[in-house]
Design a protein around this ligand. Structure first.
Ligand SMILES: Cc1ncc(COP(=O)(O)O)c(C=O)c1O
Length: 360
């Protein structure tokens, strides 16, 4: 099957993307930075970081790129309200609320409690500030959200609104959003070429849209870069099957003769820990190491778990010293502030450690 796939030039792929509606929101291109001290601390593989935490829009993250395509469609359909649901510390909802503000629309958020519940901190604090209409429902299973979102859609229609549904499980929403990460792959490919580099691996926190878009971008251009998603969450359905389906739907949207079998997708759930949103010791270590070697702040739910995966793969020699890795920083940093208590504990330990070891 892979041999049947069409390989496109960068210009040809870009022109397919440019045919779709898009509203400019993101600050692009995001920087591609070498991380020398992190690379050295981990024993040599060259680590670069693609800073999608710097996309702008209410503190940035991967959703900014995705919303450029989704809001173009919503506006084209004449929507005045955007309905979306996720966990209470959702970056997706925070950035959607910000885009709604930017375009004079109302964001309606149906949020599941999540591990941090209804505490008005981090992303939830920003949702309030952005003027979103917020409903928090008990339970943590995000897979129960779609009927609640449909119900709200019907209510809004009866009230004379023109709502647009961003269904977290709907292929039309997912594949439209994934186009933005085909575009991001093109952007990265250009930056790598300017540096005279080829990336052997791209590591990221990815559950569906973002790895699907990147994998499609790599395959459409015929690059050998392996896109390795580290999932922050376990769903009923295996991630590789879901990601392959989204990538295929995205390929169809772009008229690309490229397809994926789930076996061609790399996604690991070994770093989730107890469950979504609960920090692991490895995630703590990844946050600290990245902050203290590069001054770069990861988030506790997504990117630190992905970095924990990368660190582990380097230590286990799954990546060799002469390989080049791009770590995609997908943002999410506002959630850090909802995790202050989790940090205070380890900060206390750090103070104790410093006191017992004396000045260095
Ligand atoms: C910070 C961050 N990283 C990664 C992801 C995963 O992105 P995707 O669902 O597009 O794979 C999310 C999704 O919410 C996120 O907020």
């Amino acid at each position: 099957m892979p041999n049947d796939n069409q390989v496109l030039s960068r210009e040809a792929l870009q022109s397919r993307i440019d045919k779709l509606g898009r509203v400019p929101i993101a600050h692009l291109p995001t920087p591609l930075e070498f991380c020398p001290r992190l690379s050295e601390a981990l024993g040599g593989s060259r680590i670069w970081m693609k800073r999608d935490d710097c996309t702008g829009l209410a503190l940035g993250g991967n959703k900014t790129r995705q919303l450029e395509f989704i809001f173009a469609e919503a506006r084209q359909q004449g929507a005045d309200t955007i309905v979306v649901g996720a966990a209470s510390q959702s970056n997706w909802c925070r950035q959607t609320a910000a885009a709604a503000s930017k375009f004079g629309m109302q964001a309606v958020l149906i949020l599941k409690h999540g591990i941090k519940g209804a505490a008005v901190q981090g992303n939830l604090l920003l949702d309030h500030l952005l003027g979103a209409d917020i409903t928090i429902v008990p339970g943590e299973d995000l897979q129960q959200l779609p009927p609640l979102l449909e119900e709200r859609m019907e209510l809004l229609k009866r009230q004379g609104r023109k709502p647009y549904l961003m269904n977290p499980f709907g292929l039309p929403t997912l594949s439209l959003a994934a186009v933005s990460y085909v575009n991001a792959f093109l952007e990265l490919d250009d930056q790598l070429q300017q540096q005279g580099l080829e990336a052997d691996h791209i590591y990221l926190a990815g559950a569906n849209i973002t790895p699907a878009g990147l994998a499609l971008g790599a395959k459409a251009l015929g690059r050998n870069t392996k896109v390795i998603g580290i999932t922050p969450i376990r769903w009923d359905e295996d991630r590789c099957t879901d990601i392959a389906r989204i990538a295929n739907a995205t390929a169809e949207r772009l008229g690309l003769d490229v397809s994926f079998h789930p076996d061609e997708i790399y996604n690991e759930d070994a770093y989730v820990g107890e469950r979504y949103g609960v920090m692991t010791p490895e995630c703590h270590e990844a946050l600290k190491l990245t902050a203290r070697t590069e001054g770069i702040i990861l988030d506790p739910v997504y990117t630190a778990k992905a970095m924990a995966g990368l660190i582990d793969h380097i230590r286990r020699k799954r990546i060799s010293e002469n390989e080049t890795v791009v770590f995609l920083h997908t943002g999410g940093t506002p959630a850090l502030f909802a995790y202050a208590e989790d940090f205070e504990m380890s900060a206390g330990r750090a103070v104790q450690e410093a006191a017992t070891s004396g000045p260095t």
